[in-house]
Design a protein around this ligand. Sequence first.
Ligand code: FES
Length: 211
Amino acid sequence: MVTLSIVDTALSLTINKDQNLLEQCLAATLPVTRSCRNGNCGRCDSKLLQGQVRLRNGNLLQSPATVPLCIAYAIEDLQISDIPLSQLPSHWRCQRQSPQQLLLPAGRQTPPLQGDICAILFVNGVEVNEIAHVAGRSIALTNPSAITAENSVVSLITIDRDHSGQFTLWREHQNHRQLLWANINQTTALSAQAAYQQSSGVGKYIVSNDA
Ligand code: FES
């Protein structure tokens, strides 16, 4: 066991060397921003002030350095700072350009990041995808999406790759309850619920706990 000191929160955690730093921060209920969990999106990047870590690919990283917590393993006592703490994912309204291409509205909203895992919220359900590339207002998706010209404006939220759980999101309209997304965790369910509520004037969105 070694010690992880987080300067911003004045927290000192006893951690092991076999689990990545992101998982161990989350286990300590630190809501670290994350999405891809493979070192691509940069959401969990923190500053390594002291110590050395081993990355998932076996490379060593010595302080001072920027470290993606999701692919870093402690090999000695560590001190980090600038840990990104937030649980609220962003929500974008996008226009479909093609099955793999979305366009963000003009404005100053910060776009999602390449490597982010995202959920596309349709009227009748949800599709999980990944951001392959962002150029200006244009977003390329890794996988062809089921968005068609009929639902050409969709909502997009960034989510954690590990978003499974015991919650379900429903849409209720005219006494009819329709399943939108099942087997997700509470954070994901609440994020999707908020995004649906912001972007749709029709119906009510309900999260149930199926535990
Ligand atoms: S880089 Fe760590 S979650 Fe994406």
